[in-house]
Design a protein around this ligand. Structure first.
Ligand code: 13P
Length: 259
C-alpha cells in the first residue's frame, strides 16, 4: 500500500498573520526553486487561528500547492461557546486538516480522550481531515510497554467515530520541544502498534491507507531515518517548521535519505 507522505508544520502559538504570510511565501519559493514534487510528499502548515484567513488568501491567490489546517476545533458545531472555533468555519476557509488532541492541549487544557474523540467526530462531520495526536511519557513506555498508552488513547477515537479518513500523529511527550527525538526504531514500534489498532477496529481497508506521522524534535538531520520506517508516513514538526528553509529541507527528505 503506498501512502502519500505528509510533512506537517504545527506552528503552535508562533507567528502572527504578517509573519505567516512571509513564512508561507518563503516556503513556497524555496520549494519552487528546488522543483518540489507536491504529489510525492504533501506539505501542510498549521498556523494559529488568526493567521488562517491570510494563509488561505495567499495560497489561493498564488495557486500554491501547500495545504493548511488549524490547531484545534470545537466539538460543537456552533452556539454559545465563547472563544471556540467551529469546524464549519474552518471548512469555509478551505482548511484541509485540523489537529486534535495535541499533548499540549491534553495537559494544559484538560482534554480527555473522550473530548478528543468528540473533536475528531466534529472534524469528520465538517469534511476536515483530523490529525489525531497521541503520545506517551517515558514512564508510561517503561511501565506499560511501547505503544500501550498511545493505542489506548486512539482506541477511544476508533470506538466512537465511524471509519473515516484520518491522520494519526505519534508524539512521545519526552521528545516534544526537547531536542531529544525518539529513535526511528522506537517510533516505528509505536506507529505499527497504532496501525494494528486501526486495522482491528476499522478493518484493513482503512488501516492500510491511514497515514501515521511521527512528531517530536524532527529536523532536517533526522527526518530521513524516520521516513525509512514502514509504518511512518510523515512528520508533525513543531519548532523546525517555523523556519521556512529548515522546514523545506525536511519536506525534501528524499534528497538526504542515506545521509
Ligand atoms: P517539536 O518539533 O518542536 O519537538 O514539536 C513537536 C510537536 O509537538 C508537533 O506537534
Amino acid at each position: 500500500m503506498s501512502r502519500t507522505a505528509l510533512i506537517a508544520g504545527n506552528w503552535k502559538m508562533n507567528l502572527d498573520h504578517l509573519q505567516a504570510i512571509a513564512t508561507v511565501q518563503k516556503l513556497a519559493w524555496t520549494l519552487k526553486d528546488a522543483h518540489y514534487d507536491y504529489d510525492g510528499v504533501e506539505v501542510a502548515v498549521f498556523p494559529p487561528f488568526t493567521d488562517l484567513r491570510s494563509v488561505q488568501t495567499l495560497i489561493s491567490a498564488d495557486k500554491l500547492q501547500i495545504r493548511f489546517g488549524a490547531q484545534d476545533l470545537s466539538e460543537h458545531d456552533g452556539g454559545a461557546y465563547t472563544g471556540d472555533i467551529s469546524g464549519a468555519f474552518l471548512k469555509a476557509l478551505d482548511a484541509a486538516y485540523v489537529i486534535v488532541g495535541h499533548s499540549e492541549r491534553r495537559t494544559m487544557h484538560g482534554e480527555t480522550d473522550e473530548i478528543v474523540a468528540a473533536k475528531t467526530a466534529a472534524a469528520v462531520r465538517h469534511g476536515l481531515v483530523p490529525v489525531v495526536c497521541v503520545g506517551e511519557t517515558m514512564e508510561d513506555r517503561t511501565a506499560r510497554g511501547a505503544g500501550v498508552v498511545p493505542v489506548e488513547q486512539l482506541q477511544v477515537v476508533l470506538d466512537s467515530v465511524a471509519p473515516a479518513d484520518i491522520v494519526v500523529a505519534y508524539e512521545p511527550v519526552w521528545a516534544i520541544g526537547s531536542g531529544q527525538a525518539a529513535t526511528a526504531e522506537q517510533a516505528q514500534e509505536d506507529c505499527s502498534a497504532l496501525r494494528r489498532a486501526i486495522q482491528t477496529a476499522w478493518g484493513d481497508e482503512r488501516a492500510a491507507p491511514t497515514r501515521i506521522l511521527y512528531g517530536g524534535s524532527v529536523k532536517s538531520g533526522n527526518i530521513a531515518s524516520f521516513m525509512r520506517e514502514p509504518d511512518i508516513d510523515g512528520a508533525l514538526v513543531g519548532g523546525a517548521s517555523l523556519d521556512a528553509t529548515e522546514f523545506a529541507a525536511i519536506a525534501r527528505y528524499k534528497h538526504h535519505v542515506g545521509r
